[in-house]
Structures are given as structure tokens and as C-alpha cells.
Design a protein around this ligand. Sequence first.
Ligand SMILES: C[S@@+](CC[C@H](N)C(=O)[O-])C[C@H]1O[C@@H](n2cnc3c(N)ncnc32)[C@H](O)[C@@H]1O
Ligand SMILES: Nc1c(NC[C@H](O)[C@H](O)[C@H](O)CO)[nH]c(=O)[nH]c1=O
Ligand SMILES: N[C@@H](Cc1ccc(O)cc1)C(=O)O
Ligand code: SF4
Length: 492
Amino acid sequence: MEPGALGDEFGGSSGADGSNGGGNGDSGGGANEFDFAAPATDQSFENALAKARDGARLTVDDATELLATGTERAGIDSVRKEAVLEAADRRRAEEVGDEVTFVANLNNNVTTACNTGCLFCNFKDSAHAFEADSDVEHAGFTKTPAESRAVVEDALDMGIYEVCSVSGLHPAFALNEEHHEILAAHDDPASEVNYKPPEAYATDPGTYVEQMDAMSVGGVHLHSMTPEEAYHAKRGTDWEYEAVYRELAEAGLDSAPGTAAEILVDEVRDVICPGKIRTDDWVAAMEGAAAAGLDVTSTMMYGHVETVAHRAKHLKVIRDLQDRTGAITEFVPLSFIHQNTPLYRRGVVDSGPSRDEDELVVAVARLFLDNVDHVQASWVKSGDAHGLKLLNCGADDFMGTILSEEITSRAGGEYGEYRSFGDYVEMITAIGRTPVERSTDYRKRRRIDPDDGPHGPRLGPRADGTPLLSERSSGEGSRGDATATPPADADD
Ligand SMILES: C[S@@+](CC[C@H](N)C(=O)[O-])C[C@H]1O[C@@H](n2cnc3c(N)ncnc32)[C@H](O)[C@@H]1O
Ligand SMILES: Nc1c(NC[C@H](O)[C@H](O)[C@H](O)CO)[nH]c(=O)[nH]c1=O
Ligand SMILES: N[C@@H](Cc1ccc(O)cc1)C(=O)O
Ligand code: SF4
């Protein structure tokens, strides 16, 4: 399980994409080398709260005060926190009512090979371990397009609506054949454009277009190609993001996940993901996806080295993007899972966020993002009990069934990789809300009658209401964590 997290991300290969690797190993050298100033604003907590209660558009300073429960003293004030949560919960009820949505979906990640070296990530395995002549042991995988298709086909038969696919930046990945030729024409493709030909690897992931085509089967909704992946699919060219997303859409892509956002402030990215695209590029990729007619989601991975002021600035980037595009369907707060990560193991951070911080992030997202309808609570990151609590802090969506999970679990997350419809119905009704099966874009919704079990998906192209996997009988109260056998991964 544990992919040898510490210090060996790059093995001998020196930062193949040029912008990371070398510096990466030093990032954890001493605590606080980033040393961000403690946030301070000209706003008071009380004024910010009053504005939030009135429904006024909040500023970055307002959001900073609310996230901090006042910047004038350190630590979270529990009375103030409750006031923020209450305002957000009321706003949620006014805007989207009492329904709690979730989607019948599958995670089908294609490859864990990645040289980008993000210090919060244990999903990736150094790409050189995947080379045909490598004898480096690793727990990662690469799927061929045919293998991806088979996994999606199986899940479609089970009734899923969406496949969510996010992957490492495999050096052999290219958008299409023309891209392969452009990349291969470089004098030193590995160091100049993070490229090695598919023949160098034990398993060929195919092109991005081939993977999209393979996964877009039987009318499933394909949710894939994060901004970082879109960057990889155009590296070494002057192609526009819009053109890249158009080509992917023609191959079957329906919407794009807004991960790779982390914290959209470059001084934070310089510490936690120096090899990743910068904030401007992330925004450009999302705008390109929107211009190509795709919906997108938005995320924030918080609770590592950033301050509350960085979180507030991040929310402003998202709100501005949504003002310009209207393409964002939801905001997904991603609570940093620290246990196995280089950031933690190297002593750069000593934990992830507290539950108070999780609750305030959800609440302030609801209050600040007045143009994004849906805020997600994640059972993967927070577990069932705290996930349900987040649904009373401003969130209205409880993500999806996912069937398999590789990012959070590898980082040390403990909440499993699957929730059944029976689990969802039991949990959501337990907090007095209405369970609703949704489409990825939230436009299709089906209210579920809790008394009409056993429960299964009905919106997927092949869904007929049969429970997804062998469901424990509803009403047993023995939900527990993942018991499902995830679809088999292909090993390299
Ligand atoms: C693992 S990447 C895969 C897709 C692609 N390589 C990218 O970076 O966009 C997807 C996202 O998972 C999230 N993630 C990775 N490690 C995490 C951790 N330890 N805790 C919480 N979220 C994490 C990050 O937000 C990251 O952008
Ligand atoms: N929050 C997490 C998600 N969310 C994704 C959703 O399941 C779904 O794909 C999205 O809402 C679009 O419809 N997925 C994860 O794997 N891990 C999370 O923490
Ligand atoms: N939340 C992303 C997808 C995602 C999130 C977190 C993960 O760890 C993986 C994938 C989206 O729905 O757009
Ligand atoms: S977050 Fe994405 S880009 Fe960064 S190391 Fe992990 S898989 Fe690679």
C-alpha cells in the first residue's frame, strides 16, 4: 500500500519536467522556511458576520475574518464559529433547500506515474519505476485504453452515471499522435518537455484522446482532465487550452475536475507544489474548458502551510472565474490528509486541518461563493459522521459512490473507498434531509423515497434501481467503511 513516500519520489531521475525535482528535496529542510505573515485585515469579525447575514457580497478581508473567527487573536473562538456556521447553514437552506445530492460514480484513474513531485501527494510513483527495463518495485499502475474501457463498462452495468478519472502526468502521455511527434522531436525530450516514448514503458497508456474515447462508453458522463493534465496534454506546443479541451470533448469528455487548484496563491504553490502550473495557468485552463463548452468543478486543498488569508484569496479566484464563465457546478473543499505525505514526514507541517477549520471552510465557501450553487462535503476526507456535520455547515452535496479510491487512501486516509445508495439514504435521512441522486451537472435530480428500498441508481444509462454492489440490507445501521471490492487495477 505504502508507496515508499519519503525522499525517493524521483529516484535518480532529476525532475523530468525541469521545474521541479532538484529543489524539491530541500523543501522540508527546516520548519517555516516559508514563514507567511499572520493574517491581519482592516475589517472586524462582527462587521464581516453582519455582511454575511445580510447576504452582501463578501470581500477577501471579510472572508479572512470569518475563517479566522477574528484575526485579532490566535485560535478559533467557538462561539463565533457557531455564528458563522449558522449563517452558512441558513444561506444553504435559502439557496438550495433541504435536498442532499450525491452521484453514482466510479473513480477510474489511469496511471500513477508522475514526476511533478507535489509534496502533499502520495498518489504518484516516480515514472522511471514504470520503465520497461526498471526493476524498482512500486505499488502503482498504468491502464491501457482497453483496460480503462473494461473497468467503465463493468461499472456502467452496475448503474453508474459518471466516471471520474484523474491521473499522474505520465511522461509517455501525449494528446494525440501529432503531439507525440512534436514532443519526440526535441533534442532531449525527457528534460525539455517531460517526455519519453511509450516504448520505454512496460505499459503504454495510449494518448489522452484514446483514453477519453475508451472511457466515454455507453452514454456515461466522463469527468476528467484537470488543469494540470490539460497542461501536460499541450506541453511543448503553443496550443490553446480551449483547442485541447475541444479535442478531448470530441473524443467524449463531458466535464473537467477542478483539482490541481490546491491553494491558488503562488507563494503557497512555491512551497507545496513547485513543479505544478501557477495560478494564472490554472485559471486559463479552466477558462479554456468553459470556452470549449464543458462544465467544471472547483476545489481547494487546504490545511497545510497556508494561512486563512490564502484561503480567502483562493475563494476570490474561484468567484471571479465563475463571474466570467458560469461553468462551475460545485465547490469541493479538500481537507489535506497528512499522514504519509512528504510535507508531514519532512516536518514541514505537523498535521492537517482541524475539524473546526473544515467546518469554517465549508461555511465561508457557502457565504463567499454567492455564484456557485453547490458545496460538497467529502466522506472520503472527513468520514461519515463529520461529513454529515459539514452538511449542516453550508454543504448540500455528499459527493459520490466512487467504488475505488487511490489518492486519499495512499496519503493515509481511513474512510474507505465506497458508499452504497443504502448508506447514503440512511445517513442523509438521519440528519432530517432529503436524499437525491444527481447527474454530474446537477441538472438531473431524483428524490429518493427512503421507504422504497433496496436503493440503487436510476440515472445512469444502464441503471435500473438495482443496488450498485452487494448491498447490506437497509435499516441495519451497520454501515461501516468500505467493504466493496474495487475494480481490479492493471499492474505494470
Ligand atoms: C492526485 S491529483 C491527480 C490529478 C493530477 N495529477 C493533478 O494534479 O491535477 C488530484 C488532486 O488530489 C488532491 N490531493 C492529492 N494529495 C492529497 C492529500 N494528501 N490530501 C488531500 N488531497 C490531496 C490534490 O488537490 C490534487 O490536485
Ligand atoms: N470530494 C472527493 C471527490 N469528489 C468527486 C465527486 O464524487 C464527483 O466526481 C464530483 O462531485 C463531480 O460530480 N472524489 C474523490 O475521489 N475524492 C474526494 O475527496
Ligand atoms: N473533486 C474533484 C475530483 C477529485 C477530488 C479529490 C480527489 O482526491 C480526486 C478527485 C471533482 O469532482 O472535480
Ligand atoms: S498532485 Fe497530481 S501532479 Fe502532483 S504529484 Fe500528485 S499526481 Fe502528480
